[in-house]
Design a binder for this molecule. Sequence first.
Ligand SMILES: [Zn+2]
Length: 140
Amino acid sequence: MSVLLIAEDVDDIAMILVRLFRRDGMTVLHGADGAEAFDLAVEHRPDVILTDLGMPRMDGWDLLKAVRNHSDLRDTPVAILTGQLQPGDARVSESGACCLLLKPCPNDELRATVRQLVENGPHGHTFSSAGCLSHATTSL
Ligand SMILES: [Zn+2]
């Protein structure tokens, strides 16, 4: 069974996301901030990470950095889900994220993106190239 880790500090959004992906048959873990999510990632080695950006203690950028610098987690596919960025923001590809999803994101697009990342599996990130999920409408 695929394991999805969600880093999201807003309870209502987290609950909706957890429910959505559990209905899809995934094992879903939830960290209420980047630090908690990182601990869960180290412990459970999720197949895909879906992270918000603005979070207390450790934000999404720092979570990405920590994941990409961790020897066992560095190739984990990561999608950013935020309302704070514009499409094409260079920081997304520089951070080593696979793609950017903008809130509010339709459920179908959320599902399709996470499914695609699960299928793609672990892969390296160069930090400077365009996001690696080329099929998604909001990818970079
Ligand atoms: Zn990627």
